[in-house]
Structures are given as structure tokens and as C-alpha cells.
Design a protein around this ligand. Structure first.
Ligand code: MRU
Length: 359
């Protein structure tokens, strides 16, 4: 499988439509800023690092149309408004804006294009490094001669990034090194990113896995069938509180109660130094229809959407939750494992990057 986002013959970005996976593999062109904004808002692309990369491309493409300061800020604002929780989006937009602002208007589009390409390359390299560091942390947790038993929530795999994934990067590294392992894949209601995306990409790579209901993890932990939990993140506050897909917090509580390491794969681009703690992280609330309906393939092979709840029952659909730092064993960054506290986070290279200023 190639990278999740690549460039076509015209040098412009294309990617998979993730709303069609796992049943259909449809490539979509992201050839202008509006296509990028729409793809993020409708979750054709999703996952914190990937929406950052698509945001960067969106800003670069907008500058091909108009590149003065007003046009730049307007495109920035449009793209930043697409999804609120993953800080990678604002980080990537701010990075492209900082790269072009000092330049004459005529030079900005080319510079932004180069910056978007570089950001994608760096994302792939960053995740490969997370893979190596995570592998070193996880391998010693294997016990009793049985395959290492890992549990993951949502999709923090290659589909959520340019390549490798964050939480799945160590899993791929272990698998490629020949370490026997098995992954429990939370289905991740309501959008089922685990059942439809994580299961799909693990299957593509031949990684042994089993999809479980979101509510099954606690019982598996009690039965000693989980050696570690590893998840990704959408925004980490400077005190180490972690925002990730709704349901992550419950897994962290169950892991703590059962003495199981709870690891969070965390590129430095996902740390928000301006969020003092998790209460400062905006939590996206999505359409309740994602909860009250479900889609899948029927026996005739058609992908259909059906209603789950009685007519008139309202739904509430918070898309993320906050796991307090005290429940997190390690953040695995591209620089290595890091304890979830302000002094360790502030010491990370790149955190003081001037492109991280407010929008
Ligand atoms: O709503 P999504 O699918 O964009 O949520 C994705 C997650 O919560 C991931 O765990 C997170 O973005 C990390 S992806 C490397």
C-alpha cells in the first residue's frame, strides 16, 4: 500500500475517500482548497496528522488563486474551521502561513507547495521514529511465550497519517521484526473507525487482529488477555492530558485498574503548549445521526445505511474525550518515550517552534 496521500501526474494531492472504506477503494483528487476543506469536514480524510497534511495542502492550493495577506488569512480560517479538536490542523496551517508571510506575494504559492510536500515527508519520518520507540517499549511486555496482546481504539494507523500511523507504527515495526503479536481492535462507535479502517489496514499487512465491541476491552483486561493498550491522540495539553476518540478515557480507566500500561503515540505536532490542561481542549460534537444510524454492506453486497434507534429518540455525539495525564503511562513521541507532565513535554525539541502561535 502506497502512502495515504500522494501527488498525481500534475503534482497535486490525491488520497483515499475513507468514508468508502473498507468496501470500496475510491481515490479522490484534492485539487483546490475547497476540496481539501470539504474532505476534512466530511471525514473523507480523518486522523489528526492526515487532516494537518490536507490542511497544509489546502492553504498551498488557495495561494495559487490569490496570495495576498487577506486571501491567506481567509483560506487559513476556512480550513481551520473544518474540525476543532485535532491541533495538527492549526499547527500545519500556521506552519505554512509562517513560511510564506515574509515572502513577496508572487513567491508564496510555490513556497507553500514545497512546505506542504515537506510536511508530508516529515510526517512519514516522524511516525517511523514513533514506530521504533514504541517497538522498544512494547517488546519486553510480551509474556508466557504467547503473542504480545495489544488493544487499540479508533484508527491511528497509516490511514490517519501520511504513512505508518502513530499508534499502529510500533505494531507494524514489531510485526515486520517477526515478533508474534495480536491486536484487539475496538469497533469505535459511532463511526466505527476501528472496525472499518484499523481492521482493514491490519488485514492488508497481515497483522493478526480481532475486532471487539467497544465495551469488551475491560473484561479482556480482567482476564489477562491484554498486555498493553496503545492509542493515538488529537491534542495533548501541556500537563499531559490527552484528547482522543470518544471511549479512550474508559479504556485508560480499565487499564489502570488492571495494572496494564496505557501508551499514547504522540507526534510533537499534536502537543498544544497553549492548552494548560484537558479542559482547554475543544471537543467536537457531531451529528447525532452518526449514532442513531449505522452503515454497512448487506447480503447483496450493497453498502446501506439503516436506522438503529426508535423514531424520535434523540442522540448526543461527542467525538472525543479527555484522558487525564495520571492514567497515561507513556507518550511515545518521535524523540522517544516521554512522561505525561509539563516539564517533560516542555523539554521536547520543536515545542517552542514560533509557527505554533495563535491563529
Ligand atoms: O474522528 P477521527 O477519525 O478523525 O479521530 C481520529 C482519532 O481519534 C485518532 O486516534 C487520532 O486522530 C490519532 S491519528 C494518528
Amino acid at each position: 500500500m502506497a502512502r495515504t496521500l500522494w501527488t498525481d501526474d500534475a503534482g497535486l494531492p490525491v488520497t483515499w475517500d475513507q468514508t468508502r472504506l473498507p468496501f470500496e477503494q475510491v481515490v479522490i483528487a484534492l485539487h483546490d482548497a475547497e476540496a481539501c476543506a470539504r474532505a476534512i469536514a466530511t471525514m473523507q480524510v480523518r486522523g489528526a496528522p492526515l487532516i494537518g497534511a490536507v490542511g497544509a495542502w489546502g492553504l498551498a492550493l488557495a495561494l495559487r488563486e490569490a496570495a495576498d495577506d487577506v486571501a491567506l488569512q481567509s483560506a487559513f480560517d476556512r480550513l481551520a474551521a473544518t474540525r476543532p479538536t485535532a491541533v495538527n490542523l492549526r499547527w500545519a496551517l500556521a506552519r505554512v502561513r509562517a513560511a510564506v508571510l515574509p515572502l513577496p506575494v508572487a513567491e508564496r504559492a510555490a513556497r507553500a507547495h514545497a512546505e506542504a510536500l515537506r510536511l508530508c515527508d516529515e510526517d512519514a519520518a516522524c511516525n517511523a521514529a514513533i514506530g521504533r520507540h514504541g517497538q522498544a517499549l512494547l517488546e519486553p511486555l510480551r509474556r508466557d511465550g504467547r503473542p504480545l496482546q495489544l488493544l487499540t481504539h479508533c484508527n491511528a494507523g497509516r490511514l490517519a497519517t501520511i504513512d505508518h500511523g502513530t499508534a499502529l507504527a510500533p505494531i507494524y515495526a514489531l510485526h515486520e521484526a517477526g515478533v508474534a503479536l495480536h491486536v484487539w481492535v475496538d469497533e469505535t462507535r459511532p463511526r466505527n473507525q476501528g472496525a472499518s479502517l484499523t481492521a482493514w489496514e491490519l488485514g492488508e499487512r497481515g497483522v493478526p487482529h480481532t475486532v471487539i465491541a467497544d465495551n469488551a476491552g475491560g473484561q479482556l483486561m480482567r482476564e489477562g488477555r491484554v498486555d498493553a493498550v496503545i492509542v493515538g491522540c488529537d491534542r495533548v495539553a501541556i500537563n499531559g492530558d490527552v484528547a482522543n476518540k470518544i471511549g479512550t478515557y474508559l479504556k485508560a480507566l480499565a487499564a489502570r485498574d488492571n495494572g496494564i500500561p496505557f501508551l499514547v503515540a504522540c507526534p510533537v505536532s499534536t502537543i498544544d503548549p497553549q492548552a494548560v490542561d484537558g479542559s482547554a481542549i475543544p471537543i467536537e460534537t457531531r451529528d447525532p445521526a452518526e449514532l442513531t444510524r449505522i452503515s454497512g454492506r448487506d447480503d447483496q453486497g450493497r453498502v446501506v445505511s439503516v436506522q438503529l434507534t426508535p423514531d424520535g429518540s434523540p442522540g448526543l455525539n461527542p467525538a472525543f474525550d479527555v484522558t487525564p495525564a495520571r492514567l497515561v503511562s507513556w507518550l511515545i513521541t518521535e524523540h522517544g518515550p516521554c512522561r505525561p507532565d509539563a516539564s517533560a513535554l516542555r523539554a521536547l525539541p520543536g515545542l517552542a517552534d514560533p509557527t505554533r502561535g495563535p491563529a
